[in-house]
Design a protein around this ligand. Structure first.
Ligand SMILES: Cc1cc2nc3c(=O)[nH]c(=O)nc-3n(C[C@H](O)[C@H](O)[C@H](O)COP(=O)(O)OP(=O)(O)OC[C@H]3O[C@@H](n4cnc5c(N)ncnc54)[C@H](O)[C@@H]3O)c2cc1C
Length: 397
């Protein structure tokens, strides 16, 4: 069995793992990143699109990506549409901040390019099966590459391996992996070739269910319909999809085009019961999952990574384990805030299939209160654009 040694082994070349490796490199700390997928697969991951202002500032100032400033689009607001009536949430006016539309696969391309430019060690097509000796000073990741087993021994193991994390199994008790909630609806998402239908994203709550008119670029758009989690993505014809989207977004004529990707995305909220065991830690989706309505998942991963990179820096600079000990508590404070925001946006905007008439009227009253109140709109704007990242409060505003 081949054995490799490094300071930090990071499982997962998603946004969390790659950014952590980049930030550690800036502190002079070597790491190896392993991912089960090919580089091409990783670079074509179609997922997140909304980056908080703090995420963008970190990507740019750390030298990880300036593509977001060149090809990304700054958005200073969103529209909440309730039964055909639009209400603009003006981020710039309410909180003096904004978000950027920049697809996750572009972030991944930028991060991989930055790591390779700096001589980083990323091992694609390397699948981790187990973490050994998590409580020792030299934990080990057991992996396979081209069918050959390989052990990577390190001073720290970081699980950045997404929501089906293997590393999490080495940290949490099987009978209490974490706190979990599943929702009785999902999103049916499409990608289509068309120009944008509106200057900003439209979050539309209607009697027929929720729809989100999102964007990707000048020529490709992303749109979602609330649906049953069991929906077969091939069950609706293109015309049925456009008719349903249009019916749920009354008031804006949608610009249609060929649909070239469809998927059904289940909604889950999850927080792992522990983020650390000895020398093994979790970041990003491995530690928590949020429903996508609040656009928080990747942004939370970035915040975790910033805190963990600081803790690792402290450890290797001889400052002891204080910051490492504090990592879970610091990260979880933000995680639970984001869990609340994501749950709140989801519950407020979606018609639950088992909702009573009382539930529906209460939900509409909540939307009415929110849109009519500057304080309500300000909370949404503050949470959506992102709370300041730890240690970077000066960058905000
Ligand atoms: C439709 C959709 C829309 C979204 N929109 C937004 C948004 O607008 N804003 C936002 O902030 N977030 C959004 N998110 C969430 C965001 O995509 C995730 O939170 C983000 O990808 C988490 O990054 P990560 O690095 O923690 O995990 P991942 O991106 O899941 O990366 C994990 C990596 O680990 C690898 N891996 C897994 N298991 C193993 C193993 N055993 N061995 C080796 N490698 C392994 C995987 O191949 C993968 O590359 C959205 C998600 C979806 C699905």
């Amino acid at each position: 069995m081949a054995e490799v040694r490094t300071r930090i082994v990071i499982v997962g070349a998603g946004p969390a793992g790659l950014l952590l490796s980049h930030l550690l490199h800036l502190e002079g700390i070597e790491s190896i990143v392993v991912d089960a997928r090919t580089r091409e697969d990783v670079e074509s991951t179609i997922r997140a699109g909304i980056l908080e202002q703090g995420t963008v500032e970190l990507l740019v100032t750390s030298g990880a990506s300036d593509g977001v400033l060149i090809d990304g689009a700054r958005h200073d607001g969103i529209e909440l549409r309730v039964d055909g009536v639009g209400h603009r949430i003006d981020f710039a006016d309410l909180v003096g901040r904004g978000v950027w539309l920049y697809p996750q696969h572009e972030v991944l391309r930028d991060l991989i390019a930055a790591r390779l430019r700096d001589g980083g060690d990323i091992r694609f097509e390397t699948t981790v099966d187990d973490v050994l000796d998590p409580d020792s000073a030299r934990p080990c990741v057991r992996a396979r590459h081209n069918g050959e087993p390989i052990d990577i021994v390190a001073e720290l193991v970081v699980g950045a391996d997404g929501s089906h994390s293997v590393v999490r199994r080495a940290i949490t008790d099987p009978s209490a992996t974490g706190y979990f909630r599943e929702y009785p609806f999902a999103w049916f998402g499409i990608l289509c070739k068309a120009p944008p239908s509106a200057p900003e994203l439209i979050y539309s709550s209607s009697e027929r269910g929720f729809a989100l008119i999102s964007q990707r670029s000048a020529t490709v758009q992303r749109m979602y319909l609330q649906c049953d989690p069991e929906l077969d993505p091939t069950a609706m014809s293109d015309n049925q999809i456009w008719d349903e989207l249009q019916a749920r977004v009354a008031g804006t004529e949608l610009r249609e085009g060929p649909i070239f990707q469809r998927d059904v995305l289940r909604f889950r909220s999850f927080v792992a019961s522990r983020l650390r065991r000895g020398r093994v830690l979790l970041v990003g989706d491995a530690a928590h999952t949020v429903p996508p309505t609040g656009a928080k998942g990747m942004n939370l991963a970035v915040a975790d990574v910033l805190m963990l990179a600081d803790a690792v820096r402290g450890l290797f600079a001889g400052e002891g384990e204080g910051l490492l000990d504090a990592y879970a508590e610091r990260a979880l404070q933000r995680v639970w805030r984001a869990q609340h925001f994501s749950w709140w946006m989801t519950s407020m905007l979606h018609a639950a299939p088992d909702a009573t008439e009382f539930d529906t009227r209460r939900r509409l009253a909540e939307l009415d209160t929110l849109t009519a109140s500057r304080a309500g709109r300000s909370y949404l704007a503050e949470a959506y654009t992102g709370w300041p990242l730890p240690g970077r409060e000066r960058c905000s505003g």
